[in-house]
Design a protein around this ligand. Structure first.
Ligand SMILES: [Zn+2]
Length: 343
């Protein structure tokens, strides 16, 4: 990729209303069977079209073929019973009814490989595919079998690595692991979280990204953020470990957040996918606001290592607003590119 400051979204885009209920997480599908498969691919086509039209450089599927970034992956594994549900506290923040691990977990079949191969046919630009990280997966389950968060995380890491290798073979250029749990469970992250992430990425030739954020713009997350004080220093725990890891790129939340920008310095040498679009507000950023965030980041990251992005997934936003935010990301990035090229 030769573009300076290549732009990318973190993952999800809103789905069309004919496919799933808008502005809702875990929203049920409006179609079934073959019509659903066709519908998700039609929605994926639209997501790609809008990313092209609005100037994105790295193209994602907008997560149009999955109901949820963690649950849909787990649905394709054996050893997990979706009928047996328990209420657990997710990321120490909100209660959710989750499936139960009842036996050894394994991947019955490729999960997203067919969808990724379809995305590959829709664009000549680099494509990125997101998978949940091992630690975030175990946080979305009740475990009756292993009874050890660490053991289950290692099992998931092996499964994720199988899937990632097949995604790579299907033409995916960049594989991203979503690990918001790294902003919450610091002891586990230090003890085995980063190691299981590296296991998931083992042997990949595709570029690898880890996305760590403060969550979607939903009420439970907004309330949690309000308790974090005026400076959010959670990244201080993960960044030094990730700087020494095999992962190529770290994706973080920045725009409108209370994350001190100088924490980016802790990643020196890595690529930085920086959130310059707030996903928790329906107000569309101006290009100048996006440019301002990118300029501040460039004090701590080399221009050839900065990837302008959104803070997190955009699934819960109204569709037209999410698309306008893509345009704002491109326009703001173009301003800074111009400045860098003028030097
Ligand atoms: Zn996120």
């Amino acid at each position: 990729m030769h573009t300076l400051l290549p732009t990318s979204i973190v993952g999800s885009l809103p789905k069309p209303a004919w496919l799933a209920q808008p502005e809702t997480l875990w929203s049920p599908w409006a179609l079934q069977g073959e019509a659903l498969r066709e519908g998700t691919h039609d929605a994926l086509r639209i997501a790609v079209h809008e990313q092209h039209r609005r100037g994105l450089d790295i193209i994602s599927d907008g997560e149009q073929t999955r109901q949820h970034f963690v649950t849909t992956f787990i649905e394709h594994l054996s050893g997990v019973d979706f009928e047996q549900r328990e209420t657990v506290r997710i990321r120490d923040r909100y209660d959710a009814s989750v499936p139960t691990v009842v036996g050894a977990v394994s991947r019955r079949e490729p999960v997203f490989v067919r969808d990724a191969a379809f995305l590959r046919t829709q664009t000549d630009q680099p494509i990125k595919w997101a998978l949940p990280g091992p630690m975030t997966m175990i946080d979305t389950l009740y475990d009756r079998h292993y009874r050890s968060r660490e053991k289950l995380a290692w099992e998931f890491a092996t499964i994720l690595n199988e899937e990632a290798r097949e995604l790579e073979a299907a033409g995916v250029d960049i594989i991203q692991f979503d690990e918001p749990a790294f902003n919450v469970f610091f002891d586990d992250m230090r003890d085995w979280g980063v190691a299981t992430l590296e296991r998931a990425a083992q042997g990949l030739r595709a570029e690898t990204v880890v996305h760590i954020c403060y969550g979607y713009g939903i009420a439970a997350n907004t309330a949690w953020k309000a308790t974090l004080g005026s400076e959010w220093r959670q990244y201080e725990e993960s960044f030094p470990l990730l700087q020494r890891s095999v992962i190529d790129t770290v994706s973080l939340e920045s725009h409108n957040s209370h994350v001190p920008m100088d924490l980016v310095e802790l990643l020196r040498g890595k690529k930085v996918m920086l959130g310059a679009i707030d996903v928790a507000t329906e107000r569309v950023e101006t290009p100048e606001e996006v440019a301002g965030t990118l300029r501040r980041a460039l004090e701590f990251v080399a221009p050839d290592k900065l990837i302008p992005s959104s803070n997190c997934g955009m699934a819960p936003l109204p569709r037209s607003i999410a698309f306008d935010k893509l345009s704002a990301l491109s326009a703001g990035t173009a301003i800074v590119r111009g400045e860098l090229e003028a030097v």
